[in-house]
Design a protein around this ligand. Sequence first.
Ligand SMILES: Cc1ncc(COP(=O)(O)O)c(C=O)c1O
Length: 388
Amino acid sequence: MNTEELIKIEDDYFINTFTRQPIVLDHGEGVKVTDTEGKEYLDMFAGIAVNALGHNHPKLVEAIKKQAEKLIHVSSIYYNEPALVYAKKLIDLTSFDRIFYANSGAEANEGALKLAVKYTGKNEIISTVESFHGRTLATLAATGHDEYHEPFKSILPQGFINVPYNDIEAIKEAVTENTAAIIVEPVQGEGGVNIPDSDYLKEISKLCRENDIVFIVDEVQTGFGRCGSLFTHELFEVEPDIMTVAKGIGGGVPMGAILAKEEIAGAFVPGDHGTTFGGGPLVCAAANATLDVIIEDDLLSNSRIVGQYLKDELTKLMENHDNIKEVRGCGLMVGVELTVPGAEYVDKLREKGFLINCTADKVLRLVPPLIITKDSIDEFVKALDETL
Ligand SMILES: Cc1ncc(COP(=O)(O)O)c(C=O)c1O
């Protein structure tokens, strides 16, 4: 089938939920992906900040192959070695004590909200405007976009309050004696790569301590080195009660997790929460390999150094392009805010062989694989310069 015929299948058979780019991706190697017509792209998007190791990383592929030949699925009713090994490995690198394996970011957040409600016995959740926490009903209610709520208002759970991001006073005003949890992204991703003031998370943490509120950081997008440290809340020197992760965790396999402090985790007992697929041997083998490579190849430093280089080079473009309003970011999570809608530039760059995305209408979001080099950044910045 040719590309046109393949895309027609989507038109004819898929439930219409995505505005897709008109290419069918076929294979990848490192930071490059190739479509069914043989056109190669530099992947500055990494499957929405997922492919931390790029495409076809030999250690990740090997780990998945080996595990697939041995055991793919057993359910959560039995133990499996990759899940056990990974739990200890990850938790030893964090300030958390316990893990629950989920299959996606939304599912991790859904579970985290349930855990906070069960632990506190309270029923209000504070989240922020422009946040993104998922598409399930509770995570949709937490997501700070009224337009996403609108069609489902009649069945959204109650008790969710969205307040402006990076505004501690707004959170203080929203806190009541019923507040169970505050959930925030350490840096907002879908909202346009929004970086809070250095003391914002510290203030939230303090407020939570003082009012017996559970502090949840949603690191689904920012986790696993995206901002140059393993988890982004570490950069803000806070110790949240719960952290949710997904995206980069398994280098591309569908997986998520809740990490929690001992006392909070203890609120769940068998029957309170569960999953058929979560923590399966295949995805956990992938997660083990991904984490090993991130640490052994020091991709955290690469994220910091190459991310800073990307930001600096993009900032230089501002001299010649009035249509760039701001360049902001941390590590390899960078946003170029334009004065005009960005969709047209996404199309033009794709035609030139570069994959990026536009979020919050005017922000070109760059979240390449953590293995990217300065040479690739030079290629991209030159193309963006020409395109703008
Ligand atoms: C911060 C954040 N939380 C949660 C989610 C939802 O994750 P998923 O699409 O895996 O359900 C996303 C997805 O973009 C996200 O960026």
